[in-house]
Design a protein around this ligand. Sequence first.
Ligand code: L34
Length: 300
Amino acid sequence: MTASGAKMTAKLILGKEVSAEIYGELRKRIEDLKSRGVTPGLAVVLVGDDPASQVYVRKKGEMCEELGMKSLIVRMPAETTQEELLAKVDELNNDPSIHGFLVQLPLPGHIDEDAVINAISPAKDVDCFHPSNVGRMLIGDPDFLPATPAGVQQMIVRSGIDTSGKHVVVVGRSNIVGKPMAAMMVQKGAGADSTVTVVHSRTRNLAEITSTADILIVAIGKPRFVTADMVKEGAVVIDVGTNRVDDPTHPKGSRLVGDVDFDAVKEKASYITPVPGGVGPMTICMLMANAVRAAEKVVG
Ligand code: L34
């Protein structure tokens, strides 16, 4: 409730709006690179035919082309062996027209994801998943920032939300989102300086802890996991979840929902991100930013 007793309705933080601002900045940097004879090149390797991965990879390729970057999508069958995939990684490591690349996750079960990530040249690791880049981020000397957490941070910062001294609660502890997100928000400096708590599936009193968050970042991969009673009045709520749930009333028979019960939580939060149209487009945007940075590092 606000002072007048009226219910608060959260302001939306839209991925499309925040990313448009960043794309404007990237376009200038890409122009500058091109004037120096370098077209930034991004490759994405997709193994198998996971439908969600197909969508994300297509969006990455489309955005590259829209920005005038070189885009290479490498599609490999689900039966691809680890050896074959590692050979492709080696080829991309040595391709001078490709400044950055990633192998879309998840990989088929017979392939060791860590072995693949470890084989990517850290200089081309635009996902920032390689242990050497993860380590550099942790000590506060990053070359790249991981795309999804960096996108979340940009949404917060570019909405004018102060993070210094705030209690940030991260729900989820994955290597892709939860852990790096916590590591970034605890760093010294603008857009960070937060007091960070990570909660996860083994946490006791999870709802009690999330209720103390000034900024609640949810990446646990469970549809509508965070309900209104778990959120403090006026909190900033960032929903990283993209869960496809059955919905017979929808043309496709399913639709995308986040990890947050959006309709109820938006009545309590001060800011909230929607799904779709929230963090997803920011992930694509920050990946492009990393690819541009990778090319700039080569030019010097
Ligand atoms: N290697 N694997 C690697 N790098 C990544 O950065 C990813 N990720 C995650 C899955 N695996 C990965 C992505 O690309 C998640 N992810 C991703 C990218 C884009 C979107 C969502 C997740 C996205 O654009 N979402 C849209 C809706 C898309 C739809 O209609 O299905 C949105 O508005 O949320």
